[in-house]
Design a protein around this ligand. Sequence first.
Ligand code: HEM
Length: 127
Amino acid sequence: MNNTIYEQIGGEENIRRLVDRFYDLMDARPEAEGIRRLHPDDLSGSREKLYLFLVGWTGGPPLYVQKYGHPRLRARHLPFPIGEAERDQWLLCMNQALDEVVEKAMLRQQISLAFGQLADFMRNKQD
Ligand code: HEM
């Protein structure tokens, strides 16, 4: 039986596809302009870091930790003002990417819920 989300989603290859689609959408969708502006012009570093993080977060090899140490995700996001709008823009792009990349509905729902909780935890300003 496949037990980790990492295995169920299809391993590194599909996580790479998910991350690429996520940042392509952030780059393209006018609704996400607010959070796009918080990111560097060149998104290649962001793509690589989110990819490394998600491989470990879904239960695969801990690539991000091996390279950068403990993620301390909330602390690393403190330099960027994140409220409800920014959270929702991030989730808009991620949920669309999930719709496109993850075929199994139950799995998609499970991952989407977990992203929703993590993105909400990242809020660091009053709306
Ligand atoms: C809630 C809305 C969010 C906003 C507006 C946001 C924005 C940002 C920005 C501006 C950066 C810095 C640019 C960069 O290094 O690429 C960043 C880094 C990062 N974000 Fe987010 N983020 C959000 C949520 C999340 C969530 C939910 C995750 C995980 C699922 C995540 C994972 C990461 C990672 C792994 C990095 C790289 C950290 C590092 O090593 O420096 N972010 N984010």
